[in-house]
Design a protein around this ligand. Structure first.
Ligand SMILES: [Zn+2]
Length: 1013
């Protein structure tokens, strides 16, 4: 037979596009339109419904950036349409390719009940089926004119990302506002032809199935009368019934589809808009659940449920009903889909505490999967946190975005730094916005790396990012692929159903040890420095507030601020969302974040001050106490207690050098700051060990051009290193004298910016503090602070949640080389046997470590560089412009335990309070420094029990005893939600009024301590 395959395929495309799809709505009449534009921010629904309308017509422009227009459409169903299916078609000026990234609407009935959301892929509203002639139609649309930020030419700087700079030019034109007859038979024919056409394109050309489908499609096209598509669609469909009924082969890949809209809690829109995005999508999805009995939908992020509960209770009622029916499935058990690189140990834990508790309280649902499809990499600390939250599975697909290395598994056990293993799935469909295209389904089947031993994968299905969710077209396509020859099979299944099947079929999955590093978006560890600092400061202040409020409550009976802390935690957790903390949102989001963090800091400082004053007693007592919230003693003040400070001893001096620069001394370290203001030498006095590599100088600021190929705020591309400017020119170098410190100040200017650094040695401290103030006015540059160290090592440690992980200093493999920018929490540590050095940071997360072998002496220089600032121009054209302050420290001679201690110290300053008490004894004390307290708080159940979270921080085994300064009745190991838990693997035993602990490397244990009497 002659090969006419491409002829038939081209025919299918044209007839579908030009004849069959247009026939879905064969008749229409225009609706009358009125509009009211809200003067500023969105108004309550009742106000929008009641506002007076002015006429507007199709073709008219509407919608200033970020504005809200209330559009009313009215009409009458023609008598001739009686008995037919009638829909309203509302096209606000949509671009079909941008669901969630442009204007959107939520449709209301006159009584204020929401109907469904409108977006470019969902423009219809069902009016009646069957219709009654003469029926009046009246609908209101709350239309949001959110501007397009990410355009066809992506990543161009735009002022549209903040209402303060966006201007008032209308962004859209009303395009179609009609009542129309919906011909379901034609619509079904479209779906049939789409499914078969897309399937055909994926089938081997030399296989019989492809030709079976092709011939059936050809017969169907022959059966369509192009002048009467509506009259002949049924006949065409009957030609396709046979190929659609052919069952899948037994070895077909099995896809568990779940309706989904991965809605970014803020990104190219502000937080307030996400509230409405969630309302639109959930209104749509609850409506779709009612129409489609097989369909299931899942939504993550407890925050988003909480938003609709508060702001759109009528939508929330529909969600509650659908959850109760088991068809709207809360997923993930986190407060938001956070970044996981940067949140602290406690914050990462609280993401699960607040997320899971919300789902338990609201729905009685506890889910067991962590759901993080879009997060930019996963730390080695996360598996233990997931396990301690009572969960056991993880889903993400983001690692498929890695630039260099293809991850070897789709289903595997992921092992964290402590040895906890989590059953993990990467959907091979490689998207969290699956739309049931044949190409996606075929890609999932082909791409799945665990073929032969496993058969199931998951496909999150629906428009995400900016919302929208699943469409009726996707559901219809999934229905045809339930059991279809040549295709993977598709079933709507809940995440838990998928994981149970996947786990059961794959008893010995492969294991991946350590972090799941995303080889992309590495600059999210640095962009928007103020957002990152706000996060770190809030995490530290929350630690202090919980500790001192709990201490004050147990000691003085002061009320514990449960509600306030709960609210503040949730705000901090929200801002850890994977486009806020990473710095990849529009200017509006980061401007608001800075203000929010400032307000939280004031509130937390006030809580801390109040609790500490209550503990210190009346200020007229005149005694100065130092409160130490760190987990280690300092200045003779016990951890978690207060006492008069005993300052470090030892003379500090600054000696001017004849060749220029200064020698700083405190008896522990001799530090040479040369004439360029650079650190030429740091010698540990006790053993004469030099820290700085020969011939190199530390604290060298380096400036790189930084213009990535894509994703400006997210990415730094490896070629940035090809060009570098060392900032060695000095404007001023000044010695600063004070009795208990030796310091110099270095001022420099470069480009349009200035930097002032203060390098300080303090009495009794083996540490060089470096305070940096940058007035940053650069464009597309990357500022680093380099520390070339005389250390020979193949690996270094970087702190992560509840421990640290090791990364190579070399680039042996493509996997090593790809990690050219990585995350630290408070420290980076390097060592040779017997001697190590730590670099600690108060608020920066990005760093790189490289090695070089010196020609001069054959020694190895290992260079650690902290990433300070970037200046990308998309999506915020003024990212990071302005004044910034950073604090870092260099700690020579540091073992890993010293690195841990100094990391806590840099973020938890001593607080001095005048009172009448001689001291405040800590509530709990541990007798082993490797056992670190990460939180002391009162139990969330308000029982008055004390919750103490302890982890082994050194990476070894640690035994120790926890004692309380009050009579202890019992200690119960708990999960993160403070429920009794037998999953603690270490030893916890109450004896002699204390708790004996024996923890494994990096093991975390949460204890509920009840007081006697
Ligand atoms: Zn996202």
């Amino acid at each position: 037979m002659h090969d006419d395959r491409t002829l038939v395929e081209s025919r299918l495309k044209r007839v579908l596009d030009e004849r069959i799809r247009p026939a879905v709505y064969p008749e229409s009449v225009p609706l009358e339109i009125g509009v009211w534009t809200a003067p500023g921010e969105p108004v309550p629904v009742a106000e929008g419904l009641a506002a007076p309308r002015t006429p507007i017509a199709v073709g008219d422009a509407w919608g200033a950036p970020w504005g809200t227009s209330w559009i009313t459409v009215t009409g009458t169903v023609p008598q001739a349409w009686a008995g037919r299916t009638v829909e309203a078609l509302i096209d606000l000026g949509f671009d079909a390719n941008m669901p969630g990234f442009q204007c959107e609407g939520l449709v209301y009935r006159p009584d204020g009940t929401p109907v469904k959301g409108l977006n470019p892929q969902n423009q219809w509203v069902r009016i009646a089926a069957p219709a009654v002639g003469g029926e009046q139609v009246l609908l209101h649309v709350e239309a949001a004119s959110n501007p397009v930020i990410l355009d066809y030419h992506p990543f161009l700087p735009t002022e549209l990302g903040d209402k303060e700079t966006a201007g008032d030019q209308p962004q859209y034109k009303l395009t179609r506002m009609d009542l129309a007859v919906f011909d379901e038979t034609v619509w079904q024919l479209v779906i049939d032809l789409e499914v078969l056409g897309e399937l055909m394109a994926e089938l081997p050309v030399d296989g019989a199935r492809r030709w079976d489908v092709l011939r059936a499609v050809e017969r169907a096209l022959d059966a369509v009368d192009l002048q009467d598509v509506n009259g002949t669609a049924a006949a065409a469909r009957s030609e396709l019934a046979g190929v659609l009924a052919a069952p899948a082969v037994p070895s077909a890949h099995r896809i568990s589809a779940i309706g989904h809209a991965h809605i970014d809690s803020a990104w190219l829109w502000p937080l307030r808009e996400t509230v409405r995005k969630v309302a639109r999508t959930t209104a749509n999805m609850t409506a779709l659940l009612e129409d489609e009995p097989d369909f299931l939908y899942t939504m993550s992020q407890a925050q988003q449920f909480a938003w609709i509960k508060e702001h759109r209770p009528e939508v929330y009622a529909r969600v509650q009903k659908a959850v109760a029916e088991g068809r709207f499935v809360p997923a993930g058990g986190m407060w938001v889909e956070s970044d996981t690189n940067m949140p602290s140990s406690e914050a990462m834990a609280r993401q699960f505490v607040h997320g899971k508790r919300f789902f338990l309280d609201e729905f009685g649902v506890e889910n067991h999967e962590a759901w993080l499809p879009d997060t930019f990499g996963f730390t080695g600390g996360l598996p233990q946190i997931i396990r301690n939250a009572g969960s056991k599975w993880l889903l993400t697909q983001k690692i498929s975005w890695s630039q260099i290395n293809k991850f070897p598994h789709h289903t595997f056990l992921w092992e964290g730094i402590d040895g906890t293993r989590i059953f993990t799935h990467f959907p091979p469909v490689d998207t969290y916005n699956c739309s049931m295209k044949g190409s996606e389904i075929a890609h999932a089947a082909r791409n799945f790396k665990d073929k032969g031993v496993a058969r199931h994968s998951l496909a999150p299905t629906g428009w995400g990012d900016g919302g929208g969710g699943t469409t009726r077209e996707m559901v219809a396509k999934a229905g045809r692929m339930k059991d279809l020859e040549g295709s993977a099979t598709v079933r709507w299944e809940k995440p838990a159903e998928f994981f149970a099947k996947a786990e059961a079929e794959y008893p010995n999955p492969p294991v991946w040890v350590g972090e799941l590093y995303l080889e992309l978006h590495r600059a999210t560890l640095t962009s928007q420095a103020k957002t990152k600092q706000g996060n770190r400061r809030s995490e530290n202040l929350l630690r202090e507030a919980e500790l001192w409020c709990a201490t004050a409550s147990l000691r003085t009976g002061a009320a514990y601020p449960y509600e306030q802390l709960d609210r503040i935690w949730k705000t901090v957790l929200l801002h850890q969302f994977h486009d806020i903390l990473p710095g990849s949102s529009i200017a509006w989001v980061h401007r608001e974040a800075e203000a929010t963090y400032a307000a939280l800091a004031a509130e937390l400082d006030s809580l801390i001050d109040g609790a500490q004053q209550a503990l210190a007693g009346d200020a007229s007592g005149g005694r100065e106490l130092v409160f130490n919230s760190a987990p280690h003693p300092r200045s003779a003040v016990p951890a978690g207690g207060a006492a008069p400070a005993v300052l470090g001893s030892g003379a500090c001096e600054v000696i001017e050098r004849p060749e220029g620069g200064f020698l700083l001394r405190n008896g522990l370290l001799d530090v040479v700051v040369d004439a360029d203001g650079l650190v030429a030498s740091v010698v540990e006095v006790a053993n004469g060990r030099e820290t700085v590599a020969p011939g190199a100088r530390a604290n060298l600021l380096q400036l790189h051009p930084d213009f990535p190929n894509m994703w400006d705020a997210w990415d730094v591309d490896q070629f940035y290193r090809n060009t570098v400017t060392d900032l060695t020119a000095v404007d001023a170098l000044t010695a600063l004298s004070a009795p208990d410190q030796a310091a110099v100040r270095v001022a420099r200017s470069f480009g349009s910016s200035t930097v002032v650094q203060t390098l300080t040695l303090r009495a009794g401290e083996q540490r060089l503090d470096i305070d940096t103030e940058v007035d940053w006015h650069e464009t597309e540059k990357f500022l680093k602070a380099a520390f070339p160290l005389d250390v020979h090592t193949e690996r270094y440690a970087a702190e992560t949640q509840f421990g640290h992980l090791y990364r190579p200093t070399h680039t042996n493999t493509s996997w090593d080389a790809a990690k050219f920018e990585a995350c630290n929490h408070r420290f980076v540590h390097l060592d040779e046997p017997g001697w190590g050095v730590a670099l600690v940071t108060a608020s920066t997360y990005g760093h790189d470590v490289t090695r070089a072998v010196r020609d001069t002496d054959g020694g190895t220089t290992t260079t650690v560089r902290f990433s300070l600032l970037r200046a990308p121009r998309f999506p915020d054209p003024k990212t990071d412009q302005g004044l910034h302050r950073f604090r870092h420290a260099l700690v020579p001679g540091a073992a890993i335990g010293d690195a841990v201690r100094e990391g806590y110290r840099i973020g938890l300053p001593e607080r001095h309070v005048t009172g009448s008490a001689e001291q405040v004894a800590p509530l709990v004390q541990l007798d082993n420094d490797a056992l670190v307290v990460s939180a002391v708080k009162l139990a969330d159940d308000r029982s008055g029990d004390l919750i103490v979270r302890v982890y082994e921080a050194g990476g070894g085994r640690a035994r120790g005893r926890l004692t309380t300064s009050y009579p202890l009745a019992g200690a119960v190991p708990c999960d993160l939600l403070e429920r009794p838990w037998d999953g603690t693997r270490g030893e916890v035993a109450v004896e002699d009024g204390g708790v004996r602990l024996a923890l494994r490397p990096f093991e975390l244990v949460t204890l509920r301590l009840s007081a006697a009497g």
